[in-house]
Design a protein. Structure first.
Length: 521
């Protein structure tokens, strides 16, 4: 790709910036311009030098028309103790919105309407807004027209969508912590922040966890959402929580000037926003993500999160595939056990978590015969985790073709028992009589499902019922079948089949190699 000369950094400016960054802790961009002979204005220079800010590990702040630059403070990894992990698991087993967030939402409703949050007239208008939004959510492609241009559309969002999205975001932050990707000091950008759901989730999560601080930046184009954002993030966050939430950048995601993007980020989040960009193609979204990723520190992470329905989930896989490049790699939930990238045309995969408790506002909205329409507690989502570093090989991979069959070769093994390795790409999508799990090894174009009838559960295969989403799993002696109705493959797990996480089997094999049978210690 050729870069227009006007966007290329001047070599003299680049050298001066590099020199300053290596000598002083902080400086203004105007100093660089003066040193270079006083040519160019601040904004234009910031735009052309912007890629270097992250390369040099600099952070920026606009101060009275000038750009202040300073070295990004060092930050270590926030490692969870077993006690902290246990505390988090207990919370996520029965999650609820923190009282300070619920109270803040009530307060904003009262500020916006001039009436009590549970006033019957207010509740009825919120109900209408929720029903209108739900009608649009289920449309696909360019027929989907989701707008938050009126006050009650935002109140409907806060009442119905926000509680689930808040807890969902906290799940994702917890997952980052378990992966060792949470830092003691974080710089976060939330793209399409809405009323500030992700910033509030960051504050709530870090307040619960402790030992972490964050600066949160965001982008939003809706004026009504920005008004709600300012109220929710300025007046409600407990002062003891070490989170700084900056005012949102008012812009469309595809048109934001580069110099407005904060550099040297540790985390960029796109939560439930890509599906609302209905006039933008998957390829254009992938290009946008790659451009934003230039603001990501070398050890930074990008989270793409979308609803769990088939259309949005499959679109997410395509967008993630389009976003990957030589400088941006897919890390989760997909793992390519044979070392080959996948072709995600028909990849429907999602996570399901324990439901969130209904809020007081949901309960007030849910009176009457149609009350169920205003309760939203299920947490189901699809996600992709991208990073600038190459994913490391998982121990035990690539798999041996002498021991395991690729899922792309299942047509050769119909009605035969085989061994396969795959990543668990769903929870149980069957029922208690027949457990069904989507699996993938990165080689197949057709969907593949592991099927475990309840009467075939045994001590050797019951691990399948509790293995976490995204785990690499080895299946031994499973029967391959083809389902022409759904154009998919089924692998029947029977009593004689064995199922175990790849990491468990690898560790056992490694232990046996270190201590062969009969060898005395």
């Amino acid at each position: 790709m050729q870069i227009h000369p006007s966007l290329m950094p001047d070599p003299g400016l680049s050298d001066l910036l590099t020199e300053y960054a290596g000598k002083v802790d902080s400086f203004f961009l105007s100093e660089i311009i003066r040193k270079a002979g006083g040519k160019g204005d601040i904004v234009r220079t910031a735009d052309t030098l912007w890629p270097l800010f992250t390369t040099l590990d600099l952070v920026t702040e606009w101060v009275e028309g000038d750009l202040h630059l300073s070295k990004k403070p060092p930050s270590g990894t926030r490692v969870l103790t077993p006690a902290e992990a246990k505390k988090m698991e207990a919370f996520f087993g029965d999650p609820s919105l923190s009282p300070w967030i619920s109270g803040c939402i009530h307060g904003y409703i009262e500020k916006k309407t001039g009436k009590s949050w549970d006033d019957p007239v207010v509740l009825q208008k919120i109900r209408r807004a929720i029903l209108s939004q739900k009608e649009q959510y289920w449309k696909e492609g360019q027929e989907k027209r989701i707008s938050y241009g009126k006050g009650y559309s935002v109140l409907g969002y806060l009442a119905y969508q926000a509680p689930v999205y808040l807890i969902q975001a906290e799940h994702l932050l917890y997952d980052l912590a378990l992966r060792g990707l949470l830092k003691t000091s974080m710089r976060i950008l939330d793209c399409g922040t809405g009323p500030g759901v992700v910033p509030l989730a960051v504050a709530d999560f870090l307040g619960r966890l402790g030992g972490c601080s964050a600066e949160v930046y965001s982008i939003e184009q809706s004026g009504e959402f920005i008004e709600a954002f300012r109220h929710l993030t300025k007046t409600c966050i407990p002062p003891e929580i070490p989170v700084t939430i900056h005012p949102p950048i008012e812009s469309d995601l595809t048109g934001i000037p580069r110099h407005c993007l904060p550099p040297s980020l540790d985390l960029i989040v796109y939560q439930n926003v890509l599906n609302e960009m209905t006039v933008t193609t998957a390829g254009e979204k992938g290009t946008m993500i790659r451009e934003h990723a230039r603001a990501l520190s070398p050890e930074g992470t990008i989270l793409l999160v979308e609803p769990a329905d088939m259309a949005n989930s499959m679109d997410l896989r395509t967008i993630a595939h389009q976003a990957t490049s030589r400088e941006l790699y897919l890390h989760a939930p997909c793992r390519f056990l044979w070392g080959t990238p996948c072709q995600p045309e028909r990849c429907w995969s999602f996570v399901e978590k324990d439901p969130v408790r209904t809020t007081d506002l949901m309960e007030a909205l849910s009176t009457g015969n149609d009350g169920y329409k205003f309760r939203n507690t299920d947490i189901k989502y699809s996600y992709a985790l991208l990073r600038k570093t190459r994913p490391s090989w998982e121990p035990g991979t690539p798999l041996s073709p002498r021991e395991y069959a690729r899922l792309s070769t299942l047509q050769r093994h119909i009605n035969r028992r085989i061994n396969v390795g795959a990543v668990l790409m769903s929870g149980n999508i069957g029922d208690r009589n027949t457990y069904v799990f989507k699996i993938c090894d990165g080689t197949t174009r057709r969907p593949v499902y592991a099927i475990l009838p309840s009467y075939h559960i045994s001590p050797w295969n019951e691990a399948l019922l509790s293995i976490p989403y995204g785990t690499s799993v080895l299946f031994t002696s499973v029967l391959a079948r083809f389902n022409p109705k759904y154009d998919a493959y089924n692998l029947l797990v029977s009593r004689e089949s064995r199922v175990a996480p790849l990491a468990v089997k690898y560790s056992r094999m490694h232990a046996r190699r270190k201590n062969p049978r009969g060898k005395k210690r």
